[in-house]
Design a binder for this molecule. Structure first.
Ligand SMILES: NC(=O)c1ccc[n+]([C@@H]2O[C@H](COP(=O)([O-])OP(=O)(O)OC[C@H]3O[C@@H](n4cnc5c(N)ncnc54)[C@H](OP(=O)(O)O)[C@@H]3O)[C@@H](O)[C@H]2O)c1
Length: 429
């Protein structure tokens, strides 16, 4: 008879509901694949009386988490509540009871992933979180298993669907930021309070998780440089088009000579770059490896069923491990404290848009400031602003040292003919 593996769910909302549907709808197929039957034994919710549109015997539901994490027959605890507390404490309690944990919680994993991996190893339990980054895209497994033989040295990711939707609408439909955001909220792609998404925090957590796995180092959120999209204007979108670029919120993680940099910021990409073709709420992760070259993972980054596929695949991996007798023998541990690059070590190209008085010599002064900081210009364009005796100067630099650029920006502000530095974006060619 097939081994029965019992599951406890913490949370039965969007993703939890999807997991329930997938586990019941594909019950036989899953059992055939893993040689074990998966059965939901107990489910933690906040409100037992809530209508959920799911066929669930009422005795499965509880509001007491201990009935899940202490349940003697439950093998796998699946955390789908969201937020850091109490989810983190419940995950800890489950691991300390030697139960393997599957979670979709990027907040908990970004902040406590290293600690939880150590706890899981101590209590011989598995810890899986494929759904925490780019929902329906199996990128963590792709990174850790599919590309295990290679050294991944750079990751570029569109890992937040809300901001990608907004940037796509600004670029293609010519909407301004506020209108695109409202449209995203109406369609359910943005929360009523969109701060976490539009200010880049959600993407930063996902990049920290990706970089930690790719570079075997526990990357802390506070070391990720984060800038959101709320300051991107319709004029910027038009200006970058002049040079054949689009603006997207891009997460970048790089490792060079043993040093790491991780950032999330509005970034210019060539309009022919594969990531520039990733539109609306879709996500993609572009990986650079010494052996594989460049490879891209693409798909839905969220949603009930896409996210549920990642969660259920994790559950199946844990079940398989248990059947093979290798449960809790996960080998991944961060091997080293990451050494983060300083601004003197980070190299990048930048796009700059400044407004100047239409006077002789201002452009010269700008180029003088740049050359004083070893910055050379790859492309420059000057456009007169009608009736205002002002000009827009837009330029793209060659690769430069970030600290030099920061100094140059401070000096530019002192040029008498300079009216305003309107925008400044990193460029990834
Ligand atoms: N939604 C997505 O597309 C998506 C994509 C990728 C990752 N994720 C991640 O998946 C996780 C779940 O997201 P979701 O969208 O499914 O959330 P959700 O719809 O808000 O569901 C949360 C569930 O957890 C329960 N819950 C929350 N706090 C609780 C508490 N203190 N005690 C008991 N039960 C509690 C809720 O109970 P009630 O039902 O009784 O209120 C609800 O069933 C989050 O970590 C999220 O970041 C979501």
């Amino acid at each position: 008879m097939a081994l029965k593996i019992k599951i406890g769910l913490l949370g039965l909302g969007t993703v939890g509901g999807g997991v329930h549907k997938l586990l019941s709808g594909r019950k036989e197929a899953i059992a055939r694949q893993i040689g074990s039957e998966l059965e939901i034994e107990k489910i933690l919710v906040r409100d037992i009386a809530k209508a959920r549109g799911l066929d669930i015997p009422p005795q499965l539901l509880t509001t007491d988490y201990r009935e899940v994490v202490n349940h003697p027959e439950i093998d796998i605890v699946v955390e789908l509540m969201g937020g850091i507390e109490p989810a983190y404490q419940y995950i800890r309690a489950a691991l300390q009871n030697k139960k393997s944990v599957v979670t979709a919680n990027k907040d908990v994993i970004a902040d406590y992933g290293v600690r939880l991996h150590r706890l899981a190893a101590e209590y011989e339990a598995d810890l899986c979180y494929e759904a925490s980054v780019a929902g329906g895209i199996p990128v963590l497994r792709g990174l850790v298993q599919g590309l295990a033989s290679d050294e991944i040295y750079k990751i570029m990711g569109i890992v937040n669907g809300t901001t990608n939707y907004i940037m796509t609408q600004m670029t293609e439909a010519g909407l301004d930021y506020q209108t695109a955001l409202k449209q995203a909220q109406v369609l359910g792609f943005a929360e009523p309070d969109p701060t976490n998404d539009v200010e880049g925090l959600d993407a930063a957590r996902k990049m920290a998780i990706l970089a930690s796995l790719a570079f075997s180092a526990g990357i802390k959120m506070e070391t990720v440089k984060v800038k959101g999209i709320s300051q991107v204007t319709a004029e910027d979108i038009q200006a970058v088009k002049e040079f054949g670029y689009v603006i997207k919120l891009i997460g970048v993680a790089k490792q060079e000579n043993g040093k790491v940099e991780v950032s999330v910021e509005p970034t210019l990409l060539r309009d022919s770059h594969p990531l520039a073709t990733v539109k609306n709420e879709f996500n993609a992760i572009y990986l650079y490896g010494h052996a594989v070259g460049q490879t891209m993972f693409y798909g839905p980054g969220a949603g009930e069923m896409p996210t549920a596929t990642a969660v259920v695949s994790d559950i199946m991996e844990v079940a398989r491990n248990k059947k093979l007798g290798v449960g809790g023998k996960g080998l991944w541990q961060p091997t080293a404290q990451p050494v983060m690059k300083t601004a003197d070590e980070i190299e990048a190209k930048y796009f700059l848009r400044v407004v100047v008085k239409d006077e002789i010599g201002v452009l010269n002064k700008i180029t003088e400031v740049f050359s004083g900081h070893q910055i050379s210009i790859e492309n420059i364009l000057q456009k007169l602003e009608k009736n205002q005796n002002q000009a827009n100067i837009i330029l793209v630099t060659h690769r430069l040292i970030q600290s030099n650029f920061e100094q140059a920006l401070l000096e530019l502000q002192k040029i008498p003919g300079l009216v305003d530095i309107r925008s400044c974006y990193k460029v990834e060619d």
